[in-house]
Design a protein around this ligand. Structure first.
Ligand code: NAD
Length: 488
Protein backbone atom coordinates (compact mmCIF):
# COMPACT_ATOMS: atom_id res chain seq x y z
CA UNK A 1 0.00 0.00 0.00
CA UNK A 2 2.92 2.35 0.62
CA UNK A 3 6.61 2.50 -0.06
CA UNK A 4 7.85 2.47 3.50
CA UNK A 5 11.60 1.80 3.58
CA UNK A 6 12.56 -1.62 4.93
CA UNK A 7 12.36 -1.52 8.69
CA UNK A 8 14.20 -3.40 11.31
CA UNK A 9 12.40 -6.53 12.37
CA UNK A 10 11.49 -6.32 16.03
CA UNK A 11 11.34 -9.40 18.23
CA UNK A 12 7.91 -10.92 18.87
CA UNK A 13 8.91 -13.89 21.00
CA UNK A 14 9.45 -13.51 24.73
CA UNK A 15 10.53 -16.67 26.54
CA UNK A 16 11.73 -17.14 30.08
CA UNK A 17 12.07 -13.42 30.67
CA UNK A 18 13.86 -12.33 27.51
CA UNK A 19 13.11 -11.41 23.92
CA UNK A 20 14.45 -13.76 21.26
CA UNK A 21 16.57 -11.96 18.67
CA UNK A 22 15.05 -12.59 15.22
CA UNK A 23 17.30 -14.88 13.22
CA UNK A 24 15.55 -14.94 9.81
CA UNK A 25 13.49 -12.52 7.76
CA UNK A 26 10.07 -14.11 8.43
CA UNK A 27 7.98 -11.27 9.79
CA UNK A 28 4.62 -9.54 9.51
CA UNK A 29 3.73 -5.86 9.28
CA UNK A 30 1.66 -3.93 11.80
CA UNK A 31 -0.33 -1.11 10.18
CA UNK A 32 -1.64 2.23 11.31
CA UNK A 33 -5.33 1.99 10.31
CA UNK A 34 -5.53 5.80 10.06
CA UNK A 35 -2.95 5.95 7.27
CA UNK A 36 -2.51 2.38 6.03
CA UNK A 37 1.24 2.78 6.62
CA UNK A 38 3.45 0.24 8.36
CA UNK A 39 4.26 0.91 12.01
CA UNK A 40 6.57 -2.05 12.60
CA UNK A 41 7.68 -5.41 11.32
CA UNK A 42 7.45 -8.15 13.89
CA UNK A 43 9.35 -11.44 13.75
CA UNK A 44 7.12 -14.49 13.34
CA UNK A 45 7.49 -16.96 16.16
CA UNK A 46 8.45 -20.40 14.89
CA UNK A 47 6.69 -23.55 16.04
CA UNK A 48 9.84 -24.49 17.93
CA UNK A 49 9.69 -21.15 19.74
CA UNK A 50 6.04 -21.78 20.57
CA UNK A 51 7.06 -25.12 22.06
CA UNK A 52 9.83 -23.40 24.03
CA UNK A 53 7.40 -20.75 25.31
CA UNK A 54 5.04 -23.40 26.62
CA UNK A 55 7.92 -25.40 28.06
CA UNK A 56 9.08 -22.27 29.92
CA UNK A 57 5.56 -21.72 31.31
CA UNK A 58 5.31 -25.37 32.34
CA UNK A 59 8.74 -25.32 34.01
CA UNK A 60 7.73 -22.61 36.49
CA UNK A 61 4.08 -23.65 36.92
CA UNK A 62 4.66 -25.35 40.25
CA UNK A 63 6.83 -22.62 41.73
CA UNK A 64 4.37 -19.90 40.67
CA UNK A 65 1.46 -21.89 42.07
CA UNK A 66 3.36 -22.30 45.36
CA UNK A 67 4.23 -18.59 45.55
CA UNK A 68 2.19 -17.08 48.40
CA UNK A 69 -0.95 -15.45 47.08
CA UNK A 70 0.05 -12.20 48.81
CA UNK A 71 3.24 -12.16 46.70
CA UNK A 72 1.27 -12.85 43.51
CA UNK A 73 -1.09 -10.04 44.50
CA UNK A 74 1.82 -7.65 45.01
CA UNK A 75 3.11 -8.38 41.51
CA UNK A 76 -0.32 -7.56 40.10
CA UNK A 77 -0.55 -4.37 42.19
CA UNK A 78 2.84 -3.25 40.85
CA UNK A 79 1.86 -4.08 37.29
CA UNK A 80 -1.35 -2.10 37.75
CA UNK A 81 0.66 0.90 39.00
CA UNK A 82 3.15 0.61 36.10
CA UNK A 83 0.38 0.46 33.49
CA UNK A 84 -1.22 3.58 34.99
CA UNK A 85 2.17 5.35 35.14
CA UNK A 86 2.80 4.51 31.50
CA UNK A 87 -0.80 5.27 30.43
CA UNK A 88 0.28 7.90 27.90
CA UNK A 89 2.54 5.40 26.08
CA UNK A 90 -0.12 2.69 26.09
CA UNK A 91 -2.68 5.19 24.83
CA UNK A 92 -0.41 6.28 21.98
CA UNK A 93 0.23 2.68 20.95
CA UNK A 94 -3.47 1.76 20.99
CA UNK A 95 -4.26 4.84 18.90
CA UNK A 96 -1.46 3.95 16.48
CA UNK A 97 -2.13 0.25 15.93
CA UNK A 98 -5.86 -0.13 16.70
CA UNK A 99 -6.89 3.29 15.37
CA UNK A 100 -8.89 4.22 18.47
CA UNK A 101 -9.66 7.80 19.36
CA UNK A 102 -7.44 9.07 22.16
CA UNK A 103 -10.37 9.19 24.61
CA UNK A 104 -11.36 5.60 23.81
CA UNK A 105 -7.75 4.41 24.07
CA UNK A 106 -7.29 6.19 27.39
CA UNK A 107 -10.47 4.59 28.71
CA UNK A 108 -9.20 1.18 27.60
CA UNK A 109 -5.91 1.62 29.50
CA UNK A 110 -7.79 2.46 32.66
CA UNK A 111 -10.22 -0.47 32.13
CA UNK A 112 -7.24 -2.79 31.49
CA UNK A 113 -5.45 -1.69 34.66
CA UNK A 114 -8.68 -2.19 36.64
CA UNK A 115 -8.41 -5.95 36.01
CA UNK A 116 -4.88 -6.01 37.41
CA UNK A 117 -6.07 -4.21 40.53
CA UNK A 118 -9.25 -6.28 40.88
CA UNK A 119 -7.45 -9.63 40.67
CA UNK A 120 -4.64 -8.43 42.93
CA UNK A 121 -7.42 -8.00 45.45
CA UNK A 122 -9.05 -11.36 44.62
CA UNK A 123 -5.79 -13.33 44.72
CA UNK A 124 -5.73 -13.42 48.51
CA UNK A 125 -9.37 -14.52 48.83
CA UNK A 126 -9.16 -17.97 47.27
CA UNK A 127 -10.50 -20.24 49.95
CA UNK A 128 -11.68 -23.82 50.03
CA UNK A 129 -13.97 -25.49 52.57
CA UNK A 130 -13.92 -28.50 54.80
CA UNK A 131 -16.39 -30.50 56.83
CA UNK A 132 -17.51 -33.92 57.96
CA UNK A 133 -19.07 -36.21 55.42
CA UNK A 134 -22.82 -36.59 56.10
CA UNK A 135 -22.34 -40.20 57.25
CA UNK A 136 -19.57 -39.21 59.64
CA UNK A 137 -16.25 -40.98 60.05
CA UNK A 138 -14.37 -38.87 57.51
CA UNK A 139 -13.56 -35.28 56.73
CA UNK A 140 -13.54 -33.69 53.32
CA UNK A 141 -11.23 -30.88 52.33
CA UNK A 142 -12.14 -28.99 49.17
CA UNK A 143 -9.43 -26.73 47.83
CA UNK A 144 -8.88 -24.69 44.71
CA UNK A 145 -5.80 -25.17 42.61
CA UNK A 146 -4.55 -23.38 39.51
CA UNK A 147 -5.52 -25.04 36.24
CA UNK A 148 -1.94 -24.87 34.95
CA UNK A 149 -0.29 -23.35 31.88
CA UNK A 150 -2.76 -21.35 29.78
CA UNK A 151 -2.77 -20.27 26.15
CA UNK A 152 -4.10 -16.70 25.94
CA UNK A 153 -5.41 -15.64 22.50
CA UNK A 154 -6.72 -12.11 22.11
CA UNK A 155 -8.28 -9.86 19.44
CA UNK A 156 -7.24 -6.45 18.14
CA UNK A 157 -10.20 -4.38 19.24
CA UNK A 158 -9.00 -4.09 22.88
CA UNK A 159 -5.26 -4.75 22.53
CA UNK A 160 -4.52 -4.21 26.22
CA UNK A 161 -7.74 -4.91 28.12
CA UNK A 162 -8.40 -8.30 26.55
CA UNK A 163 -4.94 -9.40 27.70
CA UNK A 164 -5.20 -8.13 31.28
CA UNK A 165 -8.77 -9.45 31.57
CA UNK A 166 -7.31 -12.95 31.07
CA UNK A 167 -3.81 -12.61 32.46
CA UNK A 168 -4.76 -10.95 35.76
CA UNK A 169 -7.06 -13.75 36.97
CA UNK A 170 -4.69 -16.40 35.56
CA UNK A 171 -1.74 -14.98 37.52
CA UNK A 172 -3.86 -14.42 40.62
CA UNK A 173 -4.95 -18.07 40.50
CA UNK A 174 -1.35 -19.24 40.15
CA UNK A 175 -1.34 -20.14 36.45
CA UNK A 176 1.47 -19.49 34.01
CA UNK A 177 0.78 -18.45 30.42
CA UNK A 178 1.73 -18.17 26.80
CA UNK A 179 0.14 -15.06 25.29
CA UNK A 180 -0.46 -14.61 21.57
CA UNK A 181 -1.72 -11.11 20.82
CA UNK A 182 -3.59 -10.28 17.64
CA UNK A 183 -1.23 -9.84 14.70
CA UNK A 184 -2.91 -6.47 14.06
CA UNK A 185 -2.03 -5.06 17.51
CA UNK A 186 0.98 -6.79 19.09
CA UNK A 187 2.87 -3.59 20.04
CA UNK A 188 0.63 -2.79 23.02
CA UNK A 189 1.18 -6.33 24.29
CA UNK A 190 4.94 -5.90 23.91
CA UNK A 191 4.95 -2.80 26.11
CA UNK A 192 3.02 -4.69 28.78
CA UNK A 193 5.53 -7.55 28.45
CA UNK A 194 8.39 -5.12 29.02
CA UNK A 195 6.89 -4.20 32.40
CA UNK A 196 6.56 -7.73 33.76
CA UNK A 197 10.05 -8.03 35.23
CA UNK A 198 9.81 -4.56 36.79
CA UNK A 199 6.56 -5.65 38.42
CA UNK A 200 8.43 -8.55 39.97
CA UNK A 201 7.06 -11.39 37.85
CA UNK A 202 9.56 -14.26 37.72
CA UNK A 203 10.87 -15.25 34.26
CA UNK A 204 8.84 -17.91 32.46
CA UNK A 205 5.53 -17.15 34.18
CA UNK A 206 4.34 -15.14 31.16
CA UNK A 207 5.73 -15.81 27.69
CA UNK A 208 4.69 -14.21 24.41
CA UNK A 209 4.57 -15.51 20.86
CA UNK A 210 3.63 -13.55 17.74
CA UNK A 211 2.33 -14.75 14.43
CA UNK A 212 0.15 -13.73 11.55
CA UNK A 213 -0.41 -17.45 10.88
CA UNK A 214 -2.09 -18.39 14.15
CA UNK A 215 -3.74 -21.68 13.14
CA UNK A 216 -0.66 -23.97 13.05
CA UNK A 217 0.73 -22.42 16.21
CA UNK A 218 -2.42 -22.86 18.29
CA UNK A 219 -2.94 -26.36 16.88
CA UNK A 220 0.57 -27.26 17.96
CA UNK A 221 0.17 -25.89 21.47
CA UNK A 222 -3.28 -27.42 21.95
CA UNK A 223 -1.75 -30.82 21.17
CA UNK A 224 1.01 -30.37 23.77
CA UNK A 225 0.34 -32.30 27.00
CA UNK A 226 1.78 -29.40 29.04
CA UNK A 227 -1.10 -27.09 28.10
CA UNK A 228 -4.11 -27.13 30.44
CA UNK A 229 -6.30 -24.31 29.23
CA UNK A 230 -7.05 -22.07 26.28
CA UNK A 231 -8.73 -18.73 26.84
CA UNK A 232 -9.87 -16.97 23.69
CA UNK A 233 -11.58 -13.73 22.76
CA UNK A 234 -12.45 -13.30 19.12
CA UNK A 235 -14.82 -14.45 16.44
CA UNK A 236 -17.27 -17.31 16.86
CA UNK A 237 -15.75 -19.08 13.83
CA UNK A 238 -12.28 -19.25 15.38
CA UNK A 239 -13.73 -20.05 18.82
CA UNK A 240 -15.50 -23.05 17.34
CA UNK A 241 -12.26 -24.34 15.76
CA UNK A 242 -10.31 -23.93 18.99
CA UNK A 243 -13.01 -25.66 21.04
CA UNK A 244 -12.91 -28.62 18.67
CA UNK A 245 -9.12 -28.81 18.89
CA UNK A 246 -9.25 -28.48 22.67
CA UNK A 247 -11.69 -31.41 22.85
CA UNK A 248 -9.04 -33.92 21.78
CA UNK A 249 -7.16 -33.47 25.03
CA UNK A 250 -10.09 -32.19 27.10
CA UNK A 251 -8.32 -28.85 27.52
CA UNK A 252 -10.36 -26.36 29.56
CA UNK A 253 -11.74 -23.54 27.41
CA UNK A 254 -13.06 -20.00 27.96
CA UNK A 255 -14.66 -18.52 24.87
CA UNK A 256 -15.57 -14.84 24.62
CA UNK A 257 -17.00 -14.70 21.11
CA UNK A 258 -19.00 -12.48 18.80
CA UNK A 259 -22.07 -10.53 19.86
CA UNK A 260 -25.32 -9.39 18.27
CA UNK A 261 -26.46 -7.02 20.99
CA UNK A 262 -30.07 -5.85 20.78
CA UNK A 263 -30.68 -2.26 21.93
CA UNK A 264 -34.34 -1.85 22.90
CA UNK A 265 -35.97 1.56 23.11
CA UNK A 266 -39.40 0.95 24.64
CA UNK A 267 -42.36 3.30 24.19
CA UNK A 268 -41.79 5.08 27.50
CA UNK A 269 -38.04 5.55 27.10
CA UNK A 270 -36.40 8.87 27.79
CA UNK A 271 -35.27 9.68 24.26
CA UNK A 272 -32.25 11.82 25.14
CA UNK A 273 -30.86 9.04 27.36
CA UNK A 274 -31.46 6.45 24.63
CA UNK A 275 -29.64 8.57 22.05
CA UNK A 276 -26.67 8.99 24.42
CA UNK A 277 -26.83 5.24 25.00
CA UNK A 278 -26.51 4.53 21.26
CA UNK A 279 -23.58 6.93 20.98
CA UNK A 280 -21.81 4.87 23.65
CA UNK A 281 -22.96 1.41 22.67
CA UNK A 282 -22.60 1.85 18.92
CA UNK A 283 -19.97 4.41 18.04
CA UNK A 284 -17.30 3.88 20.71
CA UNK A 285 -14.27 2.22 19.09
CA UNK A 286 -15.93 2.83 15.68
CA UNK A 287 -18.50 0.15 16.55
CA UNK A 288 -15.77 -2.49 16.74
CA UNK A 289 -16.78 -3.99 20.06
CA UNK A 290 -18.39 -7.34 20.77
CA UNK A 291 -20.83 -5.49 23.03
CA UNK A 292 -21.70 -2.94 20.31
CA UNK A 293 -25.42 -2.33 19.79
CA UNK A 294 -25.92 -4.43 16.69
CA UNK A 295 -29.70 -4.25 16.30
CA UNK A 296 -31.48 -1.13 17.53
CA UNK A 297 -35.20 -1.81 18.04
CA UNK A 298 -37.35 1.24 18.69
CA UNK A 299 -41.05 1.60 19.58
CA UNK A 300 -42.85 3.70 16.96
CA UNK A 301 -44.24 6.10 19.59
CA UNK A 302 -40.74 7.50 20.23
CA UNK A 303 -39.15 6.67 16.86
CA UNK A 304 -39.45 10.04 15.12
CA UNK A 305 -37.95 11.95 18.04
CA UNK A 306 -35.24 9.31 18.58
CA UNK A 307 -34.26 9.13 14.90
CA UNK A 308 -34.40 12.91 14.52
CA UNK A 309 -31.95 13.44 17.39
CA UNK A 310 -29.70 10.51 16.51
CA UNK A 311 -29.69 11.49 12.84
CA UNK A 312 -28.49 15.01 13.70
CA UNK A 313 -25.69 13.57 15.84
CA UNK A 314 -24.63 11.03 13.20
CA UNK A 315 -24.63 13.60 10.38
CA UNK A 316 -22.23 15.75 12.43
CA UNK A 317 -19.76 12.89 13.04
CA UNK A 318 -16.33 12.98 11.48
CA UNK A 319 -14.47 9.69 10.91
CA UNK A 320 -10.80 10.50 11.13
CA UNK A 321 -7.48 9.65 12.77
CA UNK A 322 -7.76 8.76 16.45
CA UNK A 323 -5.29 11.47 17.45
CA UNK A 324 -7.20 14.23 15.64
CA UNK A 325 -9.46 15.95 18.19
CA UNK A 326 -12.02 16.63 15.42
CA UNK A 327 -12.60 12.88 14.97
CA UNK A 328 -15.71 11.51 16.60
CA UNK A 329 -15.09 8.07 15.07
CA UNK A 330 -11.75 6.43 14.24
CA UNK A 331 -10.88 4.14 11.32
CA UNK A 332 -11.83 0.49 10.90
CA UNK A 333 -9.01 -1.94 11.56
CA UNK A 334 -8.14 -2.74 7.93
CA UNK A 335 -9.10 -2.57 4.30
CA UNK A 336 -11.04 -5.84 4.51
CA UNK A 337 -13.25 -4.47 7.27
CA UNK A 338 -13.91 -1.33 5.23
CA UNK A 339 -14.87 -3.26 2.09
CA UNK A 340 -17.06 -5.64 4.12
CA UNK A 341 -18.87 -2.74 5.80
CA UNK A 342 -19.58 -1.00 2.50
CA UNK A 343 -20.99 -4.24 1.10
CA UNK A 344 -23.15 -4.78 4.17
CA UNK A 345 -24.58 -1.27 4.04
CA UNK A 346 -25.49 -1.83 0.36
CA UNK A 347 -27.06 -5.22 1.23
CA UNK A 348 -29.05 -3.66 4.07
CA UNK A 349 -30.41 -0.96 1.77
CA UNK A 350 -31.34 -3.66 -0.79
CA UNK A 351 -33.23 -5.52 1.90
CA UNK A 352 -35.42 -2.60 2.97
CA UNK A 353 -33.35 -0.24 5.12
CA UNK A 354 -33.31 3.46 4.27
CA UNK A 355 -30.21 5.60 4.67
CA UNK A 356 -31.19 8.39 7.10
CA UNK A 357 -27.89 10.09 7.90
CA UNK A 358 -24.18 9.80 7.31
CA UNK A 359 -21.14 11.67 8.65
CA UNK A 360 -18.01 12.52 6.68
CA UNK A 361 -14.55 10.98 6.54
CA UNK A 362 -10.95 12.20 6.57
CA UNK A 363 -8.74 11.66 3.53
CA UNK A 364 -5.52 10.55 5.20
CA UNK A 365 -5.53 7.21 3.38
CA UNK A 366 -6.97 5.32 6.36
CA UNK A 367 -9.80 2.81 6.56
CA UNK A 368 -12.54 5.30 7.41
CA UNK A 369 -16.20 4.47 7.13
CA UNK A 370 -18.65 7.29 7.75
CA UNK A 371 -20.91 7.06 10.78
CA UNK A 372 -24.16 5.81 9.28
CA UNK A 373 -27.79 5.64 10.39
CA UNK A 374 -30.19 3.20 8.71
CA UNK A 375 -33.92 2.71 9.28
CA UNK A 376 -36.50 0.08 8.47
CA UNK A 377 -40.06 -0.45 9.71
CA UNK A 378 -41.56 -3.72 10.87
CA UNK A 379 -45.31 -4.20 11.19
CA UNK A 380 -46.80 -6.88 13.43
CA UNK A 381 -47.76 -9.01 10.43
CA UNK A 382 -44.33 -8.95 8.76
CA UNK A 383 -42.41 -12.22 8.67
CA UNK A 384 -39.78 -12.79 11.32
CA UNK A 385 -36.17 -11.77 10.68
CA UNK A 386 -36.52 -9.01 8.13
CA UNK A 387 -33.26 -8.08 6.40
CA UNK A 388 -29.64 -8.96 7.15
CA UNK A 389 -28.50 -9.53 10.71
CA UNK A 390 -24.74 -9.39 10.72
CA UNK A 391 -22.22 -8.46 13.36
CA UNK A 392 -21.62 -4.97 11.96
CA UNK A 393 -18.36 -4.26 13.76
CA UNK A 394 -18.52 -0.79 12.22
CA UNK A 395 -20.05 2.64 12.99
CA UNK A 396 -23.35 1.71 11.36
CA UNK A 397 -26.50 2.06 13.45
CA UNK A 398 -29.29 -0.08 12.00
CA UNK A 399 -32.61 0.93 13.54
CA UNK A 400 -35.83 -1.06 13.21
CA UNK A 401 -39.07 0.66 14.17
CA UNK A 402 -41.91 -1.40 15.67
CA UNK A 403 -45.62 -0.60 16.08
CA UNK A 404 -45.99 -3.61 18.30
CA UNK A 405 -43.84 -3.72 21.45
CA UNK A 406 -44.42 -7.44 21.97
CA UNK A 407 -42.99 -8.06 18.51
CA UNK A 408 -40.09 -5.73 19.31
CA UNK A 409 -39.14 -7.85 22.35
CA UNK A 410 -39.64 -11.16 20.51
CA UNK A 411 -37.41 -10.01 17.67
CA UNK A 412 -34.80 -8.67 20.10
CA UNK A 413 -34.63 -12.13 21.67
CA UNK A 414 -34.39 -13.84 18.28
CA UNK A 415 -30.65 -14.33 17.87
CA UNK A 416 -28.24 -17.22 17.90
CA UNK A 417 -25.79 -15.05 19.83
CA UNK A 418 -26.24 -13.89 23.41
CA UNK A 419 -23.62 -11.51 24.74
CA UNK A 420 -24.83 -8.02 25.68
CA UNK A 421 -28.19 -6.23 25.51
CA UNK A 422 -29.50 -2.77 26.34
CA UNK A 423 -32.99 -1.69 27.36
CA UNK A 424 -34.27 1.87 27.68
CA UNK A 425 -37.49 2.53 29.61
CA UNK A 426 -38.58 4.87 32.40
CA UNK A 427 -40.35 1.93 34.05
CA UNK A 428 -37.69 -0.31 35.65
CA UNK A 429 -40.13 -3.21 36.22
CA UNK A 430 -41.05 -3.18 32.58
CA UNK A 431 -37.37 -3.07 31.58
CA UNK A 432 -36.54 -5.96 33.91
CA UNK A 433 -39.42 -8.04 32.51
CA UNK A 434 -38.04 -7.47 29.02
CA UNK A 435 -34.52 -8.32 30.26
CA UNK A 436 -35.77 -11.66 31.57
CA UNK A 437 -36.88 -12.59 28.07
CA UNK A 438 -33.48 -12.07 26.48
CA UNK A 439 -31.16 -15.07 26.48
CA UNK A 440 -27.89 -13.16 26.93
CA UNK A 441 -25.01 -12.93 29.38
CA UNK A 442 -25.39 -9.23 30.17
CA UNK A 443 -28.05 -6.51 30.14
CA UNK A 444 -27.78 -2.79 30.84
CA UNK A 445 -30.92 -0.79 31.64
CA UNK A 446 -30.84 2.90 30.67
CA UNK A 447 -27.10 2.76 29.95
CA UNK A 448 -25.05 2.20 26.84
CA UNK A 449 -22.01 1.14 28.86
CA UNK A 450 -21.81 -2.02 30.94
CA UNK A 451 -18.22 -3.24 31.17
CA UNK A 452 -16.44 -3.06 34.51
CA UNK A 453 -13.67 -5.14 36.06
CA UNK A 454 -15.95 -5.93 39.00
CA UNK A 455 -18.69 -7.64 36.95
CA UNK A 456 -18.86 -11.02 35.19
CA UNK A 457 -18.48 -10.37 31.46
CA UNK A 458 -19.45 -13.07 28.99
CA UNK A 459 -22.07 -14.63 26.81
CA UNK A 460 -24.26 -17.61 26.08
CA UNK A 461 -25.15 -19.52 22.88
CA UNK A 462 -22.81 -18.63 19.98
CA UNK A 463 -21.28 -15.84 22.09
CA UNK A 464 -19.38 -18.51 23.99
CA UNK A 465 -19.00 -19.60 27.59
CA UNK A 466 -17.11 -18.59 30.70
CA UNK A 467 -17.03 -15.25 32.47
CA UNK A 468 -14.24 -12.70 32.77
CA UNK A 469 -14.13 -10.10 35.51
CA UNK A 470 -15.80 -10.00 38.89
CA UNK A 471 -15.35 -12.68 41.51
CA UNK A 472 -16.50 -15.19 38.87
CA UNK A 473 -13.63 -14.47 36.48
CA UNK A 474 -11.01 -16.36 38.46
CA UNK A 475 -13.03 -19.61 38.38
CA UNK A 476 -11.89 -20.18 34.81
CA UNK A 477 -8.32 -20.59 36.07
CA UNK A 478 -9.04 -22.87 39.02
CA UNK A 479 -9.63 -26.57 39.45
CA UNK A 480 -11.45 -27.97 42.45
CA UNK A 481 -9.66 -30.65 44.45
CA UNK A 482 -11.32 -32.83 47.05
CA UNK A 483 -9.39 -34.71 49.70
CA UNK A 484 -10.96 -37.30 51.99
CA UNK A 485 -9.41 -37.98 55.37
CA UNK A 486 -10.74 -41.00 57.20
CA UNK A 487 -10.77 -40.88 60.97
CA UNK A 488 -8.78 -43.74 62.43
P1 NAD B 1 -10.49 -13.34 15.21
O1 NAD B 1 -11.26 -14.50 15.70
O2 NAD B 1 -10.20 -13.25 13.78
O3 NAD B 1 -9.07 -13.25 15.94
C1 NAD B 1 -8.92 -13.23 17.34
C2 NAD B 1 -7.57 -13.82 17.70
O4 NAD B 1 -7.54 -15.17 17.31
C3 NAD B 1 -6.38 -13.16 17.02
O5 NAD B 1 -5.31 -13.15 17.93
C4 NAD B 1 -6.05 -14.10 15.88
O6 NAD B 1 -4.69 -14.09 15.54
C5 NAD B 1 -6.40 -15.42 16.50
N1 NAD B 1 -6.75 -16.47 15.56
C6 NAD B 1 -7.33 -16.35 14.35
N2 NAD B 1 -7.46 -17.57 13.78
C7 NAD B 1 -6.96 -18.46 14.67
C8 NAD B 1 -6.81 -19.87 14.69
N3 NAD B 1 -7.24 -20.63 13.67
N4 NAD B 1 -6.24 -20.44 15.76
C9 NAD B 1 -5.83 -19.69 16.80
N5 NAD B 1 -5.95 -18.36 16.85
C10 NAD B 1 -6.51 -17.76 15.80
O7 NAD B 1 -11.27 -12.07 15.77
P2 NAD B 1 -10.91 -10.54 15.58
O8 NAD B 1 -11.30 -10.14 14.20
O9 NAD B 1 -9.53 -10.25 16.02
O10 NAD B 1 -11.90 -9.88 16.65
C11 NAD B 1 -13.20 -9.59 16.37
C12 NAD B 1 -14.14 -10.62 16.94
O11 NAD B 1 -13.90 -10.77 18.34
C13 NAD B 1 -15.59 -10.21 16.84
O12 NAD B 1 -16.40 -11.29 16.44
C14 NAD B 1 -15.93 -9.77 18.26
O13 NAD B 1 -17.31 -9.84 18.56
C15 NAD B 1 -15.12 -10.71 19.06
N6 NAD B 1 -14.88 -10.17 20.41
C16 NAD B 1 -15.49 -10.76 21.46
C17 NAD B 1 -15.32 -10.26 22.74
C18 NAD B 1 -15.98 -10.90 23.91
O14 NAD B 1 -15.56 -10.65 25.02
N7 NAD B 1 -17.00 -11.71 23.73
C19 NAD B 1 -14.49 -9.15 22.94
C20 NAD B 1 -13.86 -8.57 21.84
C21 NAD B 1 -14.06 -9.11 20.58
Amino acid sequence: MDSTPPQQIRPGTFIDGSWRTPTGSDCFAVHDPATGKDLAHVAESTLDEADAALAAAAAVQTSWAMTPSRTRAEVLHRLDALVRERAAEFTALIVAEAGKRVADARAEVSYAADFLRWYAEEAVRLHGRFGDLPEGGATMYVSRRPVGPCLVLTPWNFPLAMITRKLAPALAAGCTAVVKPSEATPLTCFLLTDLLAEAGLPPGVVNVVSTARPAPLSERLLADPALRKVTFTGSTAVGRTLTRQAADRMIRTSMELGGDAPFLVLGDAEVEAAVTGVLHAKFRGSGQACTAANRILVASSVAEEFLGELGARVAAMHSGPGDDPRSSVGPLIDDRALTRTRQRVAAAIDSGFTLLAQGDTADTGGFFHPATLLRRDVRAADPARVGPDVEWFAPVAAVTVYDDEERLITDAADSESGLASYIFSRDLDRARRAANRLEVGMTAINSGLLSNAAVPFGGVKLSGHGREGGSEGIDAYLETHYLLEKMT
